[in-house]
Design a protein. Structure first.
Length: 232
């Protein structure tokens, strides 16, 4: 009788159907759309172990700028025959120069006015080269109305040295020399009233010298005369 009371075993599943596992329930079926999978990028070709990266091309050489060239003309040869190596003709980008020793000033300027008809002094200026023994180039820019020609005369002087004034040759040199004195501190002997023309009297320093900082100023003058600490 005990054997008859046992529960009969369940029938086996149909062929091909998996029997559900009691330990791992079946995953629920999702109706969400399946996202496409992006294809993998192509693999980079392998670099041989003995290969090296080619060197970068060298930067091109910095181009050289124009340089002064010797200049000869009947005018140059005329005065070279008188003064020899104390005078030389140069040209730079179409601008003609007479480079002369400082002892030729102002005689050469007077000859250029009287004999060569350079009757107009356009400008007088200077250039500062602080590392050079003779630190300053002084430049006269002349023009001849009869010749319709422009000429520059340049000479070198040391810091603290003076040079003769050319006011007696061209009266317009009066203000031009004052500006050079004001900005560079160059003295012109024989000038009738050599004093500052752009900056106030008593200002210390010369702003167009290359060792004068672009923001530099005479703070003492600013404080005393303007009542402020800085003019910047």
């Amino acid at each position: 009788m005990a054997e008859d009371a046992k529960t009969p075993a369940p029938p086996p599943p149909p062929e091909g159907e998996k029997k559900p596992s009691a330990e791992m329930p079946a995953a629920p079926v999702s109706n969400a759309p399946v996202k496409p999978v992006a294809p993998a990028p192509p693999a980079k070709p392998a670099v041989p172990a003995d290969s090296t990266t080619p060197p970068k091309p060298a930067a091109p050489a910095k181009p050289t700028g124009p340089v002064p060239l010797l200049w000869s003309s009947p005018l140059v040869e005329k005065y070279r025959s008188q003064y020899g190596t104390a005078l030389e003709g140069q040209t730079y980008l179409g601008q003609n120069y007479l480079t002369v020793k400082s002892e030729l000033i102002p005689n050469i300027l007077r000859l250029l006015r009287d004999e060569e008809q350079f009757d107009y002094c356009v400008d007088i200026t200077a250039v500062h080269y602080p590392k050079r023994e003779k630190q300053f180039d002084v430049v006269w820019i002349l023009y001849s109305f009869p010749r319709n020609e422009r000429l520059r005369v340049t000479t070198q002087i040391a810091d603290g040295a003076s040079i003769p004034s050319s006011v007696s040759i061209w009266p317009t040199a009066n203000w031009l020399e004052r500006e050079v004195y004001d900005m560079f501190g160059i003295q012109f002997d024989g000038h009738p009233d050599l004093k500052r023309i752009l900056l106030p009297d008593g200002w210390k320093g010369f702003p167009l010298r290359k060792d004068y900082g672009i923001l530099q100023q005479d703070k003492e003058w600013v404080q005393i005369n303007l009542g402020i600490e800085s003019g910047q």
